[in-house]
Design a protein around this ligand. Structure first.
Ligand code: BDR
Ligand code: CA
Length: 314
């Protein structure tokens, strides 16, 4: 079967970094047309650099990386150094990446690539605030029918918020962009905190990553050892949630996940619940479903898939 054409939009972040490595490990299954960076976990100058560092680590010097928006559409940027460290990928040995930054702006790359594509042909995989994707849709609405699906990390319902009482980080950082995306009319699959909080880096799972004898797996082990301390303390769990890699795992092995087709709206009106994903889980509004809201994961199967990808990069 032909590889699925995708554009990844991210804000690394250790979990974005692992997501990138998984995607870069399977060129026969995922045809990465470009990777766009957005401001989120850390400012844009760091997210685009971290993206290029991960492409270099994966040995994918051919990867095309574009820098996008340096702030959300309306609100001020919120960053998450408390989770990810000052660099965004603390635990990794930072240097100047050999993979260059493309001169084109990420939003223009997204627009041009989709405008040159057939209808229903390219899957978007956003794992950061949705500023680049939302702005691309606003700039050129004709891209919308060309999008096959949007498989994103963002939102929360049962789990509650991680950045405000009801909002998840990616949606809260740019709720207006998220509103544009959730109302665009193309199929959305959402990996929210409801599912990503089930994909924990337990001690055993981290040990299994550390037992893989190649430099990519060792780098992932080192980044995750830094990353998990924050959520272990915050939630009292056995490990940190690997949020963003759930998107790539879904594209590679959808059978690992279960979801329900529901209507999701993003609150952009109330300051207290700004960025909340209002999930009509019991279909009480009569509004047509716009999202496959993923609620369950085979977490052991997910970590087995991650390890397969890391071995493939050896
Ligand atoms: C999301 O926020 C970021 O900190 C992570 O990279 C992930 O995309 C989880 O709320
Ligand atoms: Ca992210």
């Amino acid at each position: 079967m032909a590889a699925t054409p995708i554009i990844i939009d991210c804000d690394p972040g250790q979990d974005d970094a692992v997501m990138l490595l998984m995607a870069l490990a399977v060129p026969d299954q995922l045809d990465i047309l470009g990777i766009t960076a957005v401001a989120g976990n850390v400012p844009l100058a760091l997210t685009q650099r971290n993206t290029r560092l991960m492409c270099e680590l994966a040995g994918r010097m051919d990867a095309r990386v574009f820098a996008g928006c340096s702030r959300p559409m309306v609100r001020d940027l919120i960053t998450a150094e408390a989770v990810h460290g000052r660099t965004g990928i603390d635990g990794y040995d930072i240097h100047d990446p050999a993979v260059p930054l493309e001169p084109q702006h990420a939003v223009d790359f997204i627009v041009d690539t989709l405008m040159a594509a057939d209808d229903n042909s390219i899957t978007l995989v956003p794992t950061g605030p949705l500023t680049n994707i939302g702005l691309a849709i606003v700039k050129e609405p004709l891209i919308v029918p060309r999008i096959k699906e949007i498989v994103l990390m963002g939102g929360a319902m049962r789990e509650g918020g991680n950045t405000s009482p009801s909002a998840e980080f990616n949606i809260l950082v740019d709720p207006h962009a998220a509103h544009v995306v959730f109302t665009c009319g193309r199929p959305i699959t959402a990996m929210s905190l409801d599912v990503t909080h089930l994909a924990l880096t337990t001690k055993e799972r981290l040990e299994a990553v550390g037992a893989i004898d190649n430099k990519v797996a060792q780098a992932v082990h080192s980044m995750l050892e830094f990353y998990d301390r924050h959520d272990i303390e915050k939630y009292g769990t056995d490990g940190g949630p690997l949020h963003d890699p759930c998107t790539i795992a879904y594209l590679l092995k959808p059978e690992l996940f279960q979801g329900k087709h529901v209507h999701v709206a993003v609150d952009i009106h109330s300051e207290r619940t700004m960025g909340e994903t209002c999930v009509d889980y019991w279909r009480v509004t009569g509004e047509a479903p716009n999202t496959n809201w993923i609620h369950s994961i085979d977490a052991d199967g997910f970590y087995a898939l991650l390890n397969d990808c890391l071995r493939a990069l050896g």
